[in-house]
Each structure stands twice: as structure tokens, then as C-alpha cells.
Design a binder for this molecule. Structure first.
Ligand SMILES: NC(=O)c1ccc[n+]([C@@H]2O[C@H](COP(=O)([O-])OP(=O)(O)OC[C@H]3O[C@@H](n4cnc5c(N)ncnc54)[C@H](OP(=O)(O)O)[C@@H]3O)[C@@H](O)[C@H]2O)c1
Length: 234
């Protein structure tokens, strides 16, 4: 286990997170802690590779995050990577969204990610050189084309991107790198709900492979960067 790369992936039950987990486990022989709320989806994912360990957790719950971290700590002494991929989107403009949705979008996309990073620091510090990869969106990338109905979602991702830049400075003394990948459209359940009928130029598998490789190698080239990963709009 000491030489095996260990990576925590959030939002692993479906879409891009599932694809990242499969690529890390199968293409790169990593030990993957695959986290989401959906136990049966995670168990099915884990049946695809013995390298995948399901971690059932609602990221918005402090007590559930604590149980999740205890489980990871009982299995691994370190984390080489943390991929904050879990995300939540409600398609609605600011005048039309209710307070609960506005708060929930930031709760999942920003606060849960920031708090999970804080709580994983002990494990990340113990790896030789660890990498935090936050999954942002082109909507939150400065100067990008904007779309009606995505203001709160996009601003939550902009906050995550800014956090990623700042953490490179704050965590440098621990040998922890931090980057944000701002994704363009990828064909997943989330995209289908937000843009019904739209066909994205990329599928989850291709993006998952890209992010898995970036999580393992990207910090040799980038630190504190908010990078566009897109050739389409949205
Ligand atoms: N698809 C795109 O076009 C696109 C574009 C730009 C950025 N992104 C970003 O890429 C990431 C993955 O997107 P996707 O399209 O694969 O989304 P998705 O299919 O909707 O999957 C979202 C994942 O997040 C998890 N999640 C949501 N709330 C959670 C919570 N409270 N606790 C734990 N897990 C939670 C879900 O798991 P459970 O429901 O099982 O808990 C699910 O696994 C997101 O951050 C998204 O914002 C996607």
C-alpha cells in the first residue's frame, strides 16, 4: 500500500467521477476511494475493480465526512490525490432561484470541497507530493461565454477556482499542489438536465481519463492554476 497511489474521488457514483475512478483504478492501478451518497451505485462501481473502495457520504454533512475520513484513515496512511468532482446544478436565473437552492449550490460546489480539503490535509501531507484537483466549469472561468440560468452555479465554480489558485500558496510548505480544471460540456446526467437535447462533444469516459492522468501528473507542470478544459460552449 505504501507505494500504491491513493486518490479520493468525490461524486463517483455516475458521470465524470465514475469515469475518473475507473481510469485511476484500471489504467493507473491506483487505490481509489470513491465517494458519493448512492451506496448501490458505488458498490456496482467497486465490483469493476478491487482497487475501488466505496465511501458512502453526503458531503454536506460534517458528521458523514468525519465517518468517511475515519474509514479512509483506517485503510491508507496517505492520499496522493483529492479530486473534488461532486457537483450540484439547478438551472435557474438569480431572480428565479429560491434561497434553498442558492445555498445548496454553494454548499455542495464550494463549502463541501473547501471543508473536505481541510479535513484531508493530514493524509495529503503524508504523501511525497500530493495534488488537489478541483473540478470547475467554463461558466465560472473569467471571460468565458455566459448562459442564462447558470449564474449561481457558475459563481460557485468561480469561487472554487479562486480557492484552487490560493491554496497553491497556502499549502506550498506541505508539498501539496492545487489546480482547478474548468470543464466545458461533457455528456452526463447533469448536462442532460441543464441543457436537454444538447449533445456534448465529449463523453464522460474521455474526460475521466484526462482528469485521472492530470491528477497523477499535472502537478509536475501546474500549480495554482485555473485551466480551461474545453473546446465547446457551453
Ligand atoms: N457535465 C458537464 O458538462 C460539466 C461541465 C462543467 C463542469 N462539470 C462539473 O463536473 C463535475 C461532474 O459532473 P457530472 O456531469 O459528472 O455530474 P453528475 O452526473 O450530476 O454527477 C454528480 C456527482 O456528484 C455527486 N454529489 C452531488 N451532491 C453530493 C453530495 N451532497 N454528497 C456527495 N456527492 C454528491 C453525485 O453523487 P450522488 O448523487 O450519488 O451522491 C454524483 O456522483 C461536477 O462538479 C460538475 O459541476 C460538468
Amino acid at each position: 500500500m505504501e507505494n500504491t497511489k491513493c486518490v479520493l474521488v468525490t461524486g463517483a457514483s455516475q458521470g465524470i467521477g465514475k469515469a475518473i475512478s475507473l481510469s485511476l483504478a484500471k489504467d493507473h492501478s491506483c487505490k481509489v476511494f470513491a465517494l458519493s451518497r448512492n451506496e448501490s451505485a458505488l458498490n456496482e462501481l467497486a465490483s469493476a475493480s478491487s482497487n475501488i473502495i466505496p465511501i458512502v457520504c453526503d458531503l454536506t454533512s460534517k458528521s458523514e465526512r468525519k465517518v468517511a475520513l475515519n474509514k479512509i484513515n483506517s485503510i491508507s496512511s496517505h492520499l496522493d490525490g483529492l479530486i473534488n468532482n461532486a457537483g450540484f446544478l439547478v438551472n435557474g436565473s438569480l431572480p428565479n432561484l429560491d434561497e434553498e437552492d442558492i445555498r445548496k449550490i454553494f454548499e455542495v460546489n464550494y463549502f463541501s470541497a473547501a471543508l473536505l480539503i481541510q479535513e484531508c490535509l493530514g493524509l495529503l501531507k503524508k504523501a511525497k507530493s500530493s495534488h488537489i484537483v478541483n473540478i470547475g466549469s467554463m461558466g465560472g472561468f473569467q471571460g468565458s461565454q455566459k448562459f442564462n440560468g447558470l449564474s449561481v452555479y457558475s459563481s460557485s465554480k468561480a469561487a472554487l477556482a479562486s480557492l484552487s489558485e490560493c491554496l497553491a500558496v497556502e499549502l506550498a510548505e506541505f508539498g501539496i499542489s492545487s489546480n482547478c480544471l474548468n470543464l466545458g460540456a461533457v455528456q452526463t446526467e447533469m448536462l442532460e438536465e441543464a441543457f436537454p437535447g444538447y449533445r456534448a462533444p465529449l463523453d464522460a469516459k474521455s474526460m475521466g481519463k484526462y482528469i485521472a492522468k492530470f491528477a497523477l501528473e499535472g502537478h509536475e507542470t501546474y500549480n495554482g492554476q485555473s485551466l480551461p478544459v474545453s473546446f465547446s460552449a457551453p
